[in-house]
Design a protein around this ligand. Structure first.
Ligand code: CS2
Ligand code: MG
Length: 405
């Protein structure tokens, strides 16, 4: 007999940072878990799910994953955008989890099976000075990673994207009633970043993969200059050199540099990615599996990218929960054109709520073979970590003008 969705419930919790979790329960008692975290706007997506999506799910056949996706995307006049697509993504993840559990299979086996044995990943190194950054890179390499993202301080700036504030790890969101305001100076950054990355390249030798994230803040010609200046460093990629809205800009950057370009962590549909992919303006597409509408939609992005020899390199920050991380790994394992998977890591208390079975050893990830996605949520533990408002920082130029963060 066809199983049916009995309930869909949203859990907002904060084990170390805020997460929005969707729990779908079927009449047969199968639980599917989805993640719908949108960093700094968590309650908006929680309401979208609770008030508008959950009522539509009750009584549906959980095996009809694609039909459900179409209903929530095409069946709604006001489409796309990060809140909508994260909500759809969370439903999609939960339904794939249920499908895997129903069939007793890890989700990657429902996606055509593994095309590789394990998944190359990178994590973050952070330091105010070059020396501190070298130590941080060494610490990452000592954990077995062969690919590392390096972010450093900029002389004259007190807070910089990717560089820890106080503690030795970096988390961009901060709790409180309003965002931290950072002063940003592109000219100072452009002078300093090539020095830092050359020093790090010299420090690690030529075989370690180095990545760097400019986090959307340069103007097109500045981005082109940076790409050019960094060519001798042979980066694995330069990420988000300019904002993702003005996609023509990437063509300009491309004309000036052969430094590989990665972009797209803020994208949420194939429509956001298509011109950059088909124009071959980027080398890596970075959308996260949940923010881009779940496994069902992300695999279409991946296939489009494959046609144009663009590699898939999913966003894996601390602000997507371990459920999204696991879903990403299932899709990665079954995706021929995977480049690399980001694994920023989580505060240690996160694992009190999210019990994951995916593994990370020597910088290589595997989703594991548990049926479904392989992450279970401890609801009692989640209740011990109530939501508290947190914001991503706001950036201002030296003259006070708000600029891209
Ligand atoms: C970053 C993110 O991981 C990355 O590449 O750009 O840490 C990003 O700042 C956060 O996901 C913002 O929510
Ligand atoms: Mg990034």
């Amino acid at each position: 007999m066809t199983d049916r969705i009995r309930s869909a419930e949203v859990i907002v919790s904060s084990p170390g940072r805020n997460f929005v979790t969707l729990k779908i329960l079927t009449e047969d008692g199968i639980v599917g878990w989805g993640d719908a975290t949108v960093n700094g706007r968590e309650l908006a997506v929680a309401s979208y799910l609770r008030d508008h999506v959950a009522p539509l799910l009750i009584g549906r056949d959980p095996a009809r994953i694609e039909d459900c996706w179409q209903l929530l995307y095409r069946g709604v006049y006001w489409r796309r955008g990060p809140i909508t697509m994260a909500a759809i993504g969370s439903v999609d993840l939960a339904l794939w989890d249920i499908r895997g559990k129903t069939l007793g299979q890890p989700v990657y086996n429902l996606l055509g099976g593994a095309v590789r044995d394990e998944i190359l990943s990178y994590t973050h190194a952070t330091g105010w000075s070059i020396e501190e950054l070298k130590d941080s890179v060494d610490e990452v390499l000592s954990r077995g990673f062969r690919a590392v993202r390096a972010q450093s301080g900029v002389p004259g700036l007190e807070t910089v994207y990717g560089v820890h504030r106080g503690e030795t790890s970096y988390e961009p969101a901060s709790r409180g009633a309003s965002p931290i305001e950072e002063v940003w100076d592109s000219r100072a950054y452009l002078r300093h970043a090539p020095r830092v990355l050359s020093a790090i390249r010299e420090h690690v030798g030529e075989e370690i993969e180095l990545l760097h994230d400019a986090h959307h803040r340069l103007r097109p010609i500045e981005a082109a200059q940076l790409g050019k200046d960094l060519e001798p460093v042979k980066l694995f990629w330069l990420e988000d050199v300019t904002t993702a809205e003005n996609q023509e800009a990437l063509r300009l950057v491309r004309e000036h540099t052969a430094t590989p370009l990665a972009l797209g962590e803020v994208f949420n549909t194939i429509w956001d990615c298509k011109d950059l992919i088909t124009g071959q303006s980027i080398d890596f597409i970075r959308s996260s599996v949940m923010h881009a509408g779940g496994i069902s939609h992300s695999r279409r992005i991946n296939d489009l990218a494959a046609l144009w020899q663009v590699q898939v390199a999913p966003h894996g920050p601390s602000d997507v929960s371990p459920i999204t991380m696991a879903a990403s790994l299932h899709l990665d394992l079954a995706t021929p054109n995977l480049g690399i998977q980001e694994h920023m890591g989580y505060p240690s208390v996160t694992s009190e709520v999210f019990h994951s079975t995916y593994t990370l050893a020597d910088g290589m990830l595997h989703p594991g073979d548990a049926p479904g996605l392989g992450v279970e949520v401890d609801e009692a533990a989640a209740a011990r970590f109530p939501y508290s408002r947190a914001y991503l920082p706001v950036a201002r130029r030296r003259d006070g003008t708000v600029t891209d963060w």
